[in-house]
Design a protein around this ligand. Sequence first.
Ligand code: FAD
Length: 449
Amino acid sequence: MLYSKQIPIKYDVDIFVAGGGPSGVAAAITAARQGKTVFIAENNGCFGGSGTAGLVPALAQFTDGERFLVGGVGREIRNRVVGEACNYSRAFMGVKVETLKKTYDDMIVAEKNIRFSFFTRLIDVIATDGHIEAAILAAKSGIFAVKAKIYIDCTGDADLSEMAGADTEFGDETGATMPSTLCSIWSDVDYSQKNDKNFMETLEKAIRDGVFSVEDRHVSGFFPYALDSSVAGANIGHCFEVDARDEVSLTKGMLRGRSYMAEFGKFYREYIGGPYKNAHLCYTADMLGIRESRRVVTDYKLTGSDFLRRATFEDEIGRYAYPVDIHIMKPDKESYDRFLKEYTQDMHYGVGESYGIPYRSLLPQKLSNALVAGRCIGTDRQMQASVRVMPGCFITGTAAGIAASLAVKHEDTRKICIDELKMLIQEDFGPERTKDSECGSCMDRVYRY
Ligand SMILES: Cc1cc2nc3c(=O)[nH]c(=O)nc-3n(C[C@H](O)[C@H](O)[C@H](O)COP(=O)(O)OP(=O)(O)OC[C@H]3O[C@@H](n4cnc5c(N)ncnc54)[C@H](O)[C@@H]3O)c2cc1C
């Protein structure tokens, strides 16, 4: 069926950002602060992506244990929420979803160069020979176009890159991806109660008793929002074989995620007990938590061997240090043991160690005026599983915002001065690159409960 229609150009700006998750917010604010006009389109009713609409309950590490790795907008966001946050594990910081949402609102609204709307979805791209001419969006008012000089893909799923004709990769060699999780909020959790149960032994008993419909030992667990709070966010229940590119698969994932809640409620109340003996489910997210989707094929593919060699690059736009965190692909014990070894030993840094992220990993091959930031930058699966966490997305989003500002002049993301890019990133980073009291590499697992 052919469908064609005359549509209005609703915005004509320097930079268009698709998706308002951590990477999109960082890219939009950073570009606006460089004096460029920006339109950012977000499909949900709030900014923050998986971290807000998806109810992901914690921010991962911002440091390598010695130095702050996340500057600019990312650190500003962290500093705005840290007062209310819960640093119960030194690698993760529990954050109230509403605090994070309001922080994003306030920061975006304060930028006079940014225009935006929620409930606005990128549905197509007009591109000729790798040059994007317009983004096509659908919203309540109908279908409209946005014209820009540079386009940044922060959709997490590489929607913009794919629509513009860039190559993408998906999953492992069989097309399988990490499982998704429907995150949730629970009330009546009493952290003043003692918890002396051995988690894994208790979980094994519950599996033997048939509490769960899936034999899944990989339970990330509850993250208290604040130490004095009786409300906690939960990252529990893997939905296997969800394809983030397909709404029918996503729909099944949502149904499955909701159906797991009764099983986990029984497990936490009746088997773990203690702080959880009265725990009650309040809310499940409106957005399925997608860990892995398309990865854009870029000028450089960041790989697991770059992680192992603590790589540095000439065109480095930042460094990061979170371990390779590939959640189990199959719910069996061997998979979980393999995950634990990789996450806590083989692909896990010591204090002060990190890897570089090159600018080329943000440059979709085949596209001349586009950048990608966030969890779908150009990596292999191992590296995606490190850089995908929110502070990693702040780093790539910030760099994309600055690079896009430089690229506006020639409408070409490869016609910029890399030294100038690095200098502006350094300036934007701010003064505090040195030691921070927050350790980033220590992976005490208290959050499991
Ligand atoms: C279950 C789970 C637990 C996690 N735990 C942690 C954790 O503890 N700590 C941590 O730091 N990270 C964690 N992460 C990772 C982290 O939350 C995400 O990887 C990160 O938010 C990715 O940021 P992003 O900006 O790339 O994409 P997303 O956060 O996915 O945001 C993408 C945004 O783009 C919008 N969008 C998508 N397509 C379109 C379109 N076509 N048009 C318009 N808008 C669109 C979406 O609505 C969304 O708001 C977790 C992830 C999951 C799934």
